[in-house]
Design a protein around this ligand. Sequence first.
Ligand SMILES: *[C@@H]1O[C@H](CO)[C@@H](O)[C@H](O)[C@H]1NC(C)=O
Length: 292
Amino acid sequence: MGLFLMSVSVLLVLGFSCITSKLVDKFSKCSDLFFQGKPPVIPGILEDSEAQDNCYKIICQKYKESNRFATLYDTTKKIPLFSAYRFTGPPDEINVMIPWMIESQLEPSSAEMRVPFVNQASNGDYYYDNKQNVHPSHLFPVCHAADRETAKSAFTLTNSVQMKNNLDGRWKHIEQETRTIMNGQCHDPKKRNKVLAHVLTGAIPGNNKLNKRVNIPSYMWMAFCCYNSTGKSWVSQAYWALNKEEREHEEKTISKKSLKELQDFLSQKWVKNVQLFESNCAKKTYNPLKAA
Ligand SMILES: *[C@@H]1O[C@H](CO)[C@@H](O)[C@H](O)[C@H]1NC(C)=O
């Protein structure tokens, strides 16, 4: 069955309730996906690379033997809070469309996996309830994938949130815009011919649910941090968008924001003092003379 294709390096615990608050999960198995090897700090949720409650699961999204990206998943709300990845090009877009996969290791017993799943959304949730004008959308988007296999790995429901249909076009535009910027301006400081940026795409949980189970986020956000090979400095850029369908909330375009503006926004709408990138993406300017 195609359902079990995805395998992860989650540190599993018995009993998946959110009642206990033992620290169980670490991102250490895929820390290389993060800027400076450090995942974001989200007070009360993710601190010092550790989930602060049992209901948050750290998923190193392994597909065909490689860690393709990482996700922080909320098993109570049944949505990812963010996906993190390294953007490395390529200049040409990859077109991949495969069925959504589910995460067998999030469930109490994979031998008895049956819908509705206890800890995650399933395809049925989307088809059961279509009154909300939403569809599953990727956090880590296919158009940011480096190759076909990585693009396929994005099709796990643990990387998916419910996007309002009317946001789709504008958000896709942001994915394309950031892709073009990163391809042109973001390079590995040690190998200037190689494209490299660290990207985080996330969702702020909302108050509505799909099929009474799956949270519909109130906002989408994205931020990247990279070495700007033109300006020879570390730069970051951010975006957010309201996930609503009422026309009065509709912005024509989603405007570019600074990392600080996004973090202030997250403080206001979600959790205070979020730090998305280590040292706010500030790194000592790379000095080629000092490099070995
Ligand atoms: C990179 O630097 C150039 C030159 O200073 C600047 O025009 C461009 O906006 C910068 N790119 C980013 C993503 O900050």
